[in-house]
Design a protein around this ligand. Sequence first.
Ligand SMILES: C=CC1=C(C)c2cc3[nH]c(cc4nc(cc5[nH]c(cc1n2)c(C)c5CCC(=O)O)C(CCC(=O)O)=C4C)c(C)c3C=C
Ligand SMILES: [Fe+2]
Length: 423
Amino acid sequence: MTENDTLEISRRRLLGTVGAAGAAGLVIGAAGGVGVTTAGSDGGTTDGAGADGTPALTTVGSTEVMFHGKHQAGITTPSQSRGHLIAFDLAPGAGRKEAVALMRRWSVTAEAMMAGRAPDGDTGIALDAGPSSLSVTFGFGRTFFDRTGLTPRRPTALDPLPAFSADALDARRSEGDLWVQIGADDALVAFHALRALQKDAGDAARVRWQMNGFNRSAGATAKPMTARNLMGQIDGTGNPKVTDPDFDRRIFVPAGTGGATDWMAGGSYAVVRRIRMLLDDWEKLPVDRQEKVIGRRKSDGAPLSGGSETTELDLNKLGPDGKTVIPDNAHSRISAPEQNGGAAMLRRPFSFHDGIAPDGTPDAGLLFVCWQADPLRGFVPVQRKLDRGDALSSFIRHESSGLFAVPGGPAEGEYVGQRLLES
Ligand SMILES: C=CC1=C(C)c2cc3[nH]c(cc4nc(cc5[nH]c(cc1n2)c(C)c5CCC(=O)O)C(CCC(=O)O)=C4C)c(C)c3C=C
Ligand SMILES: [Fe+2]
């Protein structure tokens, strides 16, 4: 477990709000899933409910994600119900000096808001709310390095992603000098963070694109479970777990790689794709055919080869017709690490819905965000393979793309990116 996996209920909020609900102690050890332990003097349960069955909703507002740590927040942090992804370009004439000042400002603001404190010049949008699991994550795009005179320190991992045959990318909604991912379990808290960071950008950087997403709200299901996407599938089952022995090696850049990119130690690379779902077409497909597209049951996410959600896929199991029960073009088969030389990534997406497109179809889908120590051993080989023969590809369209270097988390007194910008 990493330092940022440990979420704490801020003592102040706990006493101020949760205490009133009778929850005497709350600890969230949250890597890969929220576990809420309520040691209430009222005999509350371990799923956050009080003895009288009243949900301890106050825990949603009270949960605090740590800003400082080995890794930035928002990577292994449990997915929040609201998200904003926003890319900025440095303003014309702005260079390294302005970038340093901006990263300092952003870090001060993010730290305050994640702790539930109002930043300077506050708008008041989040007044009354606790931190609500707010996380703010900062990344640098390929173009940032030229703009700041740091080209020699640009990692090769930021080389442009290859073009894929199914790409229908909008350049204006792709890439960017800087990238910010905001997540929170309250819509106002998330928007508040977005506004504060936009205001902090001042004259130094301009918004290039912004996308808004959502996930299931904490407490909406009877027990914590893997989220569903807008196609109705349980999505996230095959993700690497922080307890896997090779988790850190796959997701985070190791220290001591030496040389120009040492500043990325503890960091990770984010691939961001706005993937439209062709929901009208998808929903016309009978459920048994939808299940063959993925290779898993829709109801509970279990592999078509049998078992429960967490059972390994049996890719060789044959059906009565002599064909593999998980079809050759099933999404789960093609993307499985064992089919891709072990290539793995941590998928941490948000769903999006931006209304109805001009053709009358829903402009909805997945803000696909995946994390890896090296995109050439994560996203790229898997997407190459999916691009060639994934049954899901008839029902999705990749509309924008970004690749960002997300440096390690700041130590106390440091700002995000300091090891790049000041060495
Ligand atoms: C290149 C990477 C991937 C893209 C792009 C992608 C898009 C995408 N996926 C779903 C739905 C599901 N994906 C599932 C599994 C899965 N997908 C990827 C990679 C990409 N998906 C991986 C690596 C895996 C895990 C494979 C494994 O370890 O077995 C599943 C099954 C459940 C699960 O494991 O999460 C679903 C469902 C959509 C809807 C989508 C684009 C919109
Ligand atoms: Fe997938």
